[in-house]
Ligand binder design. Structure first.
Ligand SMILES: [Zn+2]
Ligand SMILES: [Zn+2]
Length: 260
């Protein structure tokens, strides 16, 4: 008779599931909700940004029975508007919210007169500012400042597989550092092919593919398509026509899942 394993013992073999709940930048439209991504691991439930896509979580997960972590890139509304639905969620092991310096201001926003206060949620919730560099939370998290109109953090999570999340930025060393040899780099793609605006830094598909190569990340997923520029799903898919190297790129769509 072979060795027996409990489901718990097998957890190290279980795939990580990344779900793109919101793939629009700036505002929600028929192409998608604003930015939110979940990383479901055997031990942790990790949420990246809380745009309108965050509001889908309680419909997908009636209750979350593992510790939940929310990492915010910055405070632009397309990344925090979903916090308005925190009270619908059931994070039974609590929710720890992290973000760049200044994120503490959220404790005023999640409260009167905007929405239900943190301490009245049906689970424990905390807000903590992270510093740049590596933090040893229950799993290693590395942050770096990216390039935007306000302080914005990119993240790197070491979860057996390495996942980097870099949104609301132009090309910068922060992405190269966080995405270095990553299993998956989730990058923003606000601009259309060939489009750029140094006064308002964002990525276009060419920049995202180039920097993925420089970082030697194994896979690239694009999200945060500016709602006013990418007005149809077909427009997103036409990124594949830019060149043969774009065939491997995951073009994010709302509710798409990626298994690592
Ligand atoms: Zn944004
Ligand atoms: Zn922004």
């Amino acid at each position: 008779m072979g060795e027996m394993y409990s489901i718990r013992d097998l957890s190290f073999m279980t795939a990580i599931t990344i779900t793109l709940l919101g793939t629009n930048g700036w505002y929600t439209s028929k192409t998608g909700y604003t930015t939110c991504v979940t990383i479901d691991t055997p031990d942790f439930f990790i949420i990246l940004d809380a745009g309108d896509g965050f509001s889908k979580i309680p419909d997908l997960y009636e209750s979350v029975k593992k510790p939940a972590f929310l990492f915010l890139s910055h405070l632009h509304l397309d990344h925090i508007s979903g916090l308005h639905t925190l009270a619908r969620c059931r994070f039974e092991e609590g929710l720890s919210i992290y973000g760049p310096p200044g994120i503490g201001i959220l404790s005023g926003f999640i409260g009167f007169p905007y929405t239900i206060p943190l301490d009245e949620l049906p689970y424990a919730a905390t807000i903590t500012e992270l510093h740049e560099g590596r933090s040893n939370l229950p799993f290693p998290v590395t942050t770096a400042f990216l390039v935007h109109t306000q302080p914005v953090f990119g993240y790197r999570f070491d979860l057996g597989k390495t996942i980097a999340f870099c949104t609301d930025t132009g090309p910068c060393d922060g992405i190269r550092t966080l995405g270095s040899d990553a299993s998956l780099l989730i990058s923003e793609c606000s601009y259309l092919p060939g489009q750029e605006n140094p006064g308002w830094p964002h990525m276009n598909p060419e920049m995202a593919v180039k920097i993925t190569g420089e970082a030697k990340a194994k896979q690239l997923a694009l999200i945060h398509f500016a709602a006013d520029l990418y007005t149809t799903v077909e427009q997103r898919l036409s990124i594949r026509d830019v060149g043969p190297e774009y065939k491997e790129v995951i073009i994010g769509m709302d509710d798409m899942s990626i298994r690592l």
